[in-house]
Design a protein around this ligand. Sequence first.
Ligand code: P6P
Length: 339
Amino acid sequence: MAKRIGITVSRQLMDCQKLHPEATGELTGLLSELIVAAKIISAEVNMAGLADILGQSGKTNVQGEDVQKLDEFANSTIKRRMEQCGYICVMASEEEDGIIPVLDGYEGKYSLAFDPLDGSSNIDVNVSIGTIFSIHRRLSDGKQGTEEDLLQKGRVQVAAGYIIYGSSTMLVYTTGDGVHGFTLDPSVGEFFLSHPDIRIPSRAKYYSVNEAYTNYWHEPTRRYIDYVKTIDKESGRPYSLRYIGSLVADFHRNLISGGIFLYPRDKKSTDKPEGKLRLLYEAAPMAMIVEQAGGRAITDDGRDILDIQPTGLHQRVPLIIGSKEDVDLAEKFFTGKMD
Ligand code: P6P
């Protein structure tokens, strides 16, 4: 095997493509275009502290959330680049209500759903944020794609990944042949393989949940969180709580070090009875990544995230995701098999 130093994403994508003789290179091309958008966003995020791009844009998005200027920049950067890449037929973005068409004559055989800058409320305080993406094969005929091409189960995603803009910018993705992590060398503008074949530890060190909502939780959630806070007989200590409030940052730490992240249903707000996180471009891509890395992702009533049939672009879903043994145990609490 050739020495694996300095492996670029392009080389890794070609290696993955070779595993599939039927591959045409279009998925490789799609991911390569998405990576160019990520590099542009990374440069802007890293400059945000200096340029006058911090703060609110004065607008609100389809979720009713304040749109930060960097949100807008990230959203338009991905849209402008991907609408003319020739590999997708339709897009959906967390920042936009309806489907996003591609340029006429540039329709391709995939669909793309993305959260352009998740965790954006953390932008002004220099906390890691991220872009999340999910790719499906198109189902519809004709030229432009439709909602049908986006509303597909996570189980049939062709690829999923995220870019985390933190102490370094990392790309983590899977095309179904394991999970691979790349770190951006800004001096040459290239992502290099830094975390080959990521496997999530089977037991968690950390649990990640917003404990401020304890009084809004349903009983099974409260019982499970009480459990993780008890002293573990083997280790002589409870789990450690790590919660950043930025899904990509919380998920990435748990993926590398072992952990369980929960955003369960709560009684906090009647408009979000299924919790806050979205299925199409948050839970489903993270679920594909975690399963490819040996972990699990379920709802707080025991359904596999990847088996949920989406009914809406911005559909919300409760999310319990991370180290397999911990998600298995949490599932027992949530399905009444463990008091
Ligand atoms: P809360 C960020 O706004 C986000 O969508 C996710 O990145 C994060 O996990 C979650 O919301 C945090 O929500 O209610 O704990 O502030």
